[in-house]
Ligand binder design. Sequence first.
Ligand code: PHB
Length: 404
Amino acid sequence: MTIIKPTTRTLAMTRRSFLGATAAGATGLALGFPRPAIAQGAPLKVGLMLPFSGTYAKLGQFIENGFNLYVEQKSGVLGGRKVEFIRLDDESKPETATDNMNRLVSRDKADVVIGTVHSGVAMAMVKVARDSGVPLIIPNAGADEATGPLCAPNIFRTSFSNWQPAHPMGKVVFDEGHRNVVTITWRYTAGQQMVGAFAEGFEAAGGTVVDALTVPFPEVEFQALITRIATLKPDAVFAFFAGGGAVKFVTDYAAAGLKGKIPLYGTGFLTDGTLKAQGDAATGIRTTLHYADDLDTPANKSFLSAFEAKTGETGDIYAVQGFDAAALLEAGLGATDGNASAREALFAAMAGAKIDSPRGPLSFSAAHNPIQNIYLREVRDGRNALVSVAGEAVQDPARGCRMA
Ligand code: PHB
């Protein structure tokens, strides 16, 4: 049985139902009929706006499963409130994102919104969140603006800023002896910001980006660009692709004969949640990310075994980010007795949360972006194995953030 603590809202509703009951039949109560049990609080409506179709479908599914796993471990209750979901497939389409977010906030009256994966979609969500004040937790999208110039008291992120996992890779690639690098990515916010942050770190170390190749999102026709890489013969390549696109790029790169000849680096999205499909084509790829499969901590081990027991799949960074989004929400609701409308207290508790995440220690900057370790990993035996800590407690510079 689920025991629900009475909350401010529960008590308010109980009082309303009591007033309703007295209007309908005060005499009944006066005559000593049994008092109605204390009404349970209305469920907390959590809007889940994620890609459930398209090249990022698997990412959305793992975020949802991670979030659900945490909620299930708490018997379906966060901060005393039973959790109810409103799911919305955003298809990673920025053009419908504002309408979708407005639907969740205005029509469905979500108490909190969790979303999304794609930076362009997240930008639209951030704008609606700023206008409406609805609490928003971003469980993946890295758009630097969300915790930069568009930062706001009600906007939090449990993932990363695009700058965060990409910048440390600049020094790693330079230190591994490479001087001339080609970058390749999809032509949209996430790719451009990650490539930009990598170049910032790489050029500061003394390296040169000799060409910056792009394809429109979510295209996967990489052949012409891979041929161009073969012609340019750089020392190394830095790439951002994710989901289905990452599977295709890594397998195309190997099929073109470049694997083992021109080392491929990237942010960890290139090989996270994709290794089964990439097979041996991914072996040896080095990436930087705020997670590694074999982090030897109790939090990571218990997360991976619980995730596998629930889904039959191996947990990845997306599942971790979803799991931690629920942990962050619980940290806020725990401080307000489940009242998501007590926003000042909710946000203060979320901002001060310290989470023992499967990724390692997780806390939040003044801009509400994670402060976290960035790990160098290498694909070995079908896993993103830890090589070293590329940056400890890395904080995004939060350029342009003025928290109201
Ligand atoms: C993004 O659009 O911000 C994004 C998408 C997928 C990833 C990482 C970042 O794996």
